[in-house]
Write a protein that binds this ligand. Structure first.
Ligand SMILES: [Zn+2]
Length: 117
């Protein structure tokens, strides 16, 4: 629950009521306007038209948007963190690739002596 997001002034339930209303109304309208309208067109059109309302009016939509826009930088920072942890806490066995604790003198997997620099 964020008090600082764009939906701060709207109770979440009202945001969802609007999103679902827009979804059903746009889906019903498009199906009444096109002859090949079916359940799929109802879902697709309703989803596309309701999506901006979902992002603007609900916390989950705002959260999704933030995750989507920062996904690339997030994943690279996660990878950097993992690599740093490996470099700091583990030593990779040069024989089998097992990640041993730096305190180990012998590989936990293959038993070879670990060459540390
Ligand atoms: Zn090994």
């Amino acid at each position: 629950m964020s008090e600082n997001g764009p939906s701060a002034n709207i109770k979440p339930i009202y945001g969802w009521v609007i999103v679902i209303s827009v979804f059903f109304m746009s889906g019903l309208i498009i199906n009444s306007q096109i002859q090949s309208g079916n359940f799929l067109s109802f879902l697709v059109v309703g989803g596309i038209i309701a999506m901006p309302f979902w992002i603007i009016l609900t916390d989950s939509g705002a959260t999704w948007l933030m995750n989507a826009t920062s996904a690339s930088s997030d994943s690279s920072s996660i990878h950097t963190t993992i690599n740093n942890n490996v470099a700091q806490d583990k030593i990779v066995c040069s024989f089998c690739g097992w990640q041993n604790l730096t305190t180990n003198n012998y590989c936990m997997d293959c038993g070879e002596k670990i060459e540390s620099d």
